[in-house]
Design a protein around this ligand. Structure first.
Ligand code: KG4
Ligand code: ZN
Length: 339
């Protein structure tokens, strides 16, 4: 199965680097093929603080970046001189963390005399679906759900994105993470809630679903407050698996409902699901079912391409590099940046 016909991808191997938050990652991709994708997670380190500590993240990236790059080249069975370009996340993210990846990328690209390209982290998530055997058609609608973002995007073509719905407060990932902390399930919360929810009754504690009415925006701050109230009201009697299942249900059901509404409004027939929360098995299966019922196609990357990784950064760079886009050596890092 080839790439969508109007999508021309860079014809040389690309080394991609991602250090925007708490994963140090390097990958080698060639066209739509992921040759290697190495992720060194800092989760164990940040767990004891209950969240990501920016200073500690940057220092850990410094320690991990060179071995991770070497491992990515080794995994792809390539020498650095085989590379045609270097892509790196330069926005948005933790500034110190981003700087580590960008400095490594600049140094290598300069030494190897090959193009350097800065990539928007969210465009990486958005185009992670290119790695699939059957990549989604363009145009399509994309639901991005991560620790910092919850957005419904009208994807007309690579690089042509319009946000049609978004959260007005917390991101879906934040709702998982904060809920998990309140339930004593630790950090990061998504996987912990998913695992706990398996043996829980999702109807036990009905939780609010945020905005009401005919909207395709989201609000997740209310569910967090409701979980807090629940823990205060029930105290030691709170059934944790039931609470986890109820929280997952509140988040997942609203994501599915708004995605289907957006599809209908846009007249779209293809949906993609990307970002860290896309790793959630309940969300994946419920969206697949809803798409099947409505006659829509549905695509979501394998779980390891949903959470932060460098392969998605290389995939998003590939079509831009093919168009001759690149950055100069003074390329900067940006903590905040629109898609
Ligand atoms: O995309 P990502 O790895 O990093 C950001 O760019 O934010 O997303 C991280 C988020 C965290 O909030 C984490 O709890 C959530 O993704 N997550 C999950 C699951 N795995 C990770 N949420 C729900 N279910 C999961 N299985
Ligand atoms: Zn991410």
């Amino acid at each position: 199965m080839g790439a969508p016909s109007h999508l021309t991808l860079f014809d040389r191997p690309v080394l991609a680097i991602e250090t925007s938050c708490d994963e140090t990652s390097a990958a080698v991709i060639h066209g739509r093929t992921v040759l290697s994708n190495i992720v060194a997670s800092q989760i164990e380190m940040h767990r004891k603080w209950g969240g990501v500590v920016p200073e500690a993240a940057a220092r850990a990236h410094v320690e991990a970046i060179l071995p991770v790059i070497s491992e990515a080249l080794l995994g792809a069975n390539l020498d650095k001189r085989d590379l045609g370009a270097i892509a790196v996340t330069n926005r948005p993210g933790l500034i110190g963390a981003l700087s580590v990846g960008v400095t490594a990328a600049k140094t290598m690209a300069y030494a190897l005399k090959i193009p350097l390209l800065g990539v928007h982290h969210l465009e990486g998530h958005l185009l992670s679906t290119l790695a699939l055997d059957n990549p989604p058609p363009f145009p399509h609608t994309c639901l991005i759900v991560s620790g910092g973002h919850t957005e419904l995007i009208d994807v007309r073509a690579p690089g042509d994105y319009t946000i049609v719905g978004q959260t007005i407060d917390d991101a879906a990932g934040e709702a998982f993470d904060k809920g998990s902390r309140l339930l004593g399930l630790g950090y990061p919360g998504g996987l912990a809630i998913q695992n706990e929810a398996r043996s829980g009754n999702s109807r036990r504690y009905p939780l609010p679903k945020g905005l009401s009415g005919d909207t395709i925006d989201f609000s997740f701050s209310g569910v967090k407050t409701a979980v807090l109230r629940l823990t205060q009201k029930e105290g030691p009697d709170l059934n944790i698996p039931d609470a986890a299942a109820s929280l997952q249900e509140a988040i997942v059901s609203v994501l599915v409902e708004r995605a289907m509404r957006a599809m209908d409004r846009l007249g779209s027939t293809a949906l993609t699901l990307v970002g860290g929360v896309a790793a959630n098995l309940e969300l994946r299966s419920r969206l697949l079912k809803a798409c099947e019922q409505n006659g829509y196609s549905f695509a979501t990357p394998p779980v390891e391409l949903c959470t932060d990784n460098a392969a998605m950064i290389g995939l998003a760079a590939s079509y831009r590099l093919a168009r001759g886009e690149h950055n100069e050596w003074d390329m900067d890092v940006y903590p905040n940046a629109d898609l």
